[in-house]
Every structure is written in C-alpha cells, then in structure tokens.
Design a protein. Structure first.
Length: 363
C-alpha cells in the first residue's frame, strides 16, 4: 500500500466515524421534534395545533449562520439545516404548501427554498386559487410572487390581499435566471413563437429583440405552463423558464441567463392563517386606503419618519374613490414604536389592513 493510500485510508475512517455521529444526532433531533408535537397536542387539546413557527425557524437559521466557522459557506450550512428542519417538521405534521403551478415554476422553487423538500407542494392554476386554498384551510400555507427587481410590484397579488383574509407569515428572495427552452432537437432558427409568463417576457425583452425579433411573444399563466406546452409542441415554439422546468419536462436549454438584468431577483410572500411572533429581525406589511387629496401620502408616511421606522416598499394603487397604498417597513407589529405608527396611520386614513408581521428572509 502506498503512502497516499495509507493517508487516504485514515481520512476515510474519520469520515465514516463522523458520518455515524451525524446520523445518530439527526435521529436524536427527529425524536425531539416528535416529542415537541406530543407536548403541543397534550396541552392544546382540541385547539388547532400550530406545528410550524416561522419566527422560531428564522432564529435557528440565523444562529446557524452566526456560529458557522467554515469551511462550508454560511448559506450552504443554513440550507442543510433547512432540510433537516423540513424532515423533522414532517414527522410532526406534513406541510401542505400551495403555489402557482404547474410544477417547475419559480414559485415552486421559492416554496422548496423556504419549506424544504419534505413539504407537500400543491400546484394550482392561479394566484387567486392559492389565496382561496389558504383562506379555506385546505392548504397550510401558500407562496405568491409580490415583486421583481426589474419589473416591480405584482399588482394582481396586491389586489388579492384586499379581497382575501390571509396573513403574511414570511418572505423568500430568489435569484431568477431565465433560460430559453427548446424541445429536444429543435433549432433556434426555426422558432416562430416564444411563450412565458408576461413578466418573464418583459424581463428578457432585450435578448428577444436581438435574437428572435420576428417571433411572436405569447403570455401564459406561468413559466411552468409554458415549459409544459413546449414539451408537446412541434418544435417551432420556445419557452422561457428556469432549470427546474427544463429538467422536469426534459427540454434543451437553447440559451442560458437571457434576462436583461443579471442580478434579477423576485421576492415571494408566504401566506397563511396564523399571527407570527417577533423573531427579532422582522418586517411588517400593510394596506392603507385614503381619499385622493393633496398631501395624502405625506400624511401617511410622516409618522414613520417621526418614529424612525425604515420603509422598504411603498406602492400606490388607484381606487374609484381614492388611493390604496401597499407599505412594507422594518419592525414587528408588537414593537412599541410600530404600535404608535399603526395607530396614527389608522386615525389618518379610511382603512388600514395589517397584512402581517414576519421574519425577514434569511436565505
């Protein structure tokens, strides 16, 4: 046996020993998770037991990243722990998470990133169906897109927050890389039509103008739906979607990363039916309706400045008799400063709807 083989043999024995310890500890953690479920069921009786605590999960992931000493990157370690927590939570209660389908959409990627692969992902045909399933209790949570770094706010999602009584429980930020997908054997020169969600078509406008200027652009409900259409087409259509859709529908990637902005990101919200306690690093979202009058926006925002609360998003929607403002800001509704701001904004507006306070995105 050579010196190299001897040294590698010692290291492999160490790895095998470490793997055994990791395995034992994983099962110990899973056993503790089962005991947590038993304690909740014992003390909460006939009440609807809440097994998933977004603030607790965010705190755990932040601690994982804070104590990480390497060589594994912080976020890679946090993703490993996310999957561990997902598996353990499934032992307490399998999570049913609704998202804009079909399978292979960026929204599904966001759902898996936030809840892990042990959650049961349920594809639905529209964002409104996601809201309806959550409000009715048929799904524990839903994942919906709210804004894109290049195309801005998703107005349809905003309108649904006014119609449905759901609560924002979390957020996910996802780097979005758009690819041009082709049916196997198809050629770029033969493409006469490109199908995708309307926001994806907009995010790839420059590339399409340059490489497929004569191709018709057709908006569909989702990129996953676009990829599914391509799988059954005659090879003259292309879709814009991500890696997951390409793999799921066995499509060729004709061109990678065709988005106009390389740092393109989409923010998704987690909606549910529970009030989330403070995690220590939180965000709050509200909808505010006012009459259309001079100084209306200033009157709404001035209390935030006076109480030193940072705004992260302000969006305006016109109403038939006034304006609706969607506002994101730092802090939790249980914070004293936030309580004062919400009271003042409520007094100075026609209606304020607290959409939720939730942990800021960790991953």
């Amino acid at each position: 046996m050579s010196d190299q083989e001897k040294e590698l043999g010692v290291l492999r024995q160490q790895i095998d020993s470490i793997d055994k310890q990791i395995h034992e500890l994983l099962n110990k953690r899973a056993s503790c998770a089962q005991q947590v479920a038993e304690v909740k069921l014992k003390h909460q009786g006939d009440e609807e037991v809440v097994f998933y605590r977004p603030e607790r999960e965010a705190q755990v992931l932040r601690r994982v990243m804070e104590r990480n000493a390497g060589p594994l990157p912080d976020k890679d370690v946090a993703r490993l722990f996310r999957e561990v927590m997902s598996v353990c939570l499934a032992l307490e209660e399998p999570m049913r998470v609704a998202f804009l389908g079909p399978a292979g959409t960026f929204t599904q990627q966001a759902a898996l990133k936030h809840f892990g692969h042990s959650a049961v992902s349920v594809p639905l045909n529209s964002v409104s169906e996601v809201f309806r399933e959550v409000q009715s209790g048929n799904a524990h949570y839903g994942v919906v897109p709210i804004e894109n770094s290049s195309e801005g706010i998703v107005n349809h999602t905003l309108d649904l927050f006014k119609r449905y009584d759901v609560t924002i429980c979390g957020e996910v930020e996802l780097p979005v890389h758009q690819h041009l997908l082709l049916k196997n054997g198809a050629e770029l020169s033969g493409i006469t039509r490109v199908v995708a969600h309307h926001q994806s078509l907009a995010q790839c406008r420059v590339w399409l103008d340059s490489h497929l200027p004569d191709a018709e652009r057709v908006a569909v409900m989702s990129n996953g739906e676009a990829a599914r259409m391509i799988a059954d087409c005659d090879g003259t259509m292309a879709a814009i979607a991500g890696d997951m859709a390409a793999e799921l529908y066995e499509l060729e990637i004709g061109a990678r990363n065709i988005e106009d902005q390389p740092d393109n990101r989409t923010r998704f919200l987690i909606v549910g039916n529970q009030v989330v306690d403070s995690s220590g690093v939180d965000k709050t979202s509200i909808l505010v309706s006012t009459k259309n009058k001079p100084g209306a926006l200033y009157q709404l925002l001035e209390p935030f400045y006076r109480h030193q609360i940072s705004l992260t998003r302000v969006e305006t929607r016109a109403l038939s008799n006034g304006c609706m403002f969607y506002i994101d800001f730092e802090g939790h509704s249980s914070d004293e400063a936030v309580k004062k701001v919400l009271a003042e904004v409520t007094a100075g507006s026609d209606e304020l709807k607290l959409l939720g306070s939730y942990p800021c995105a960790v991953l």
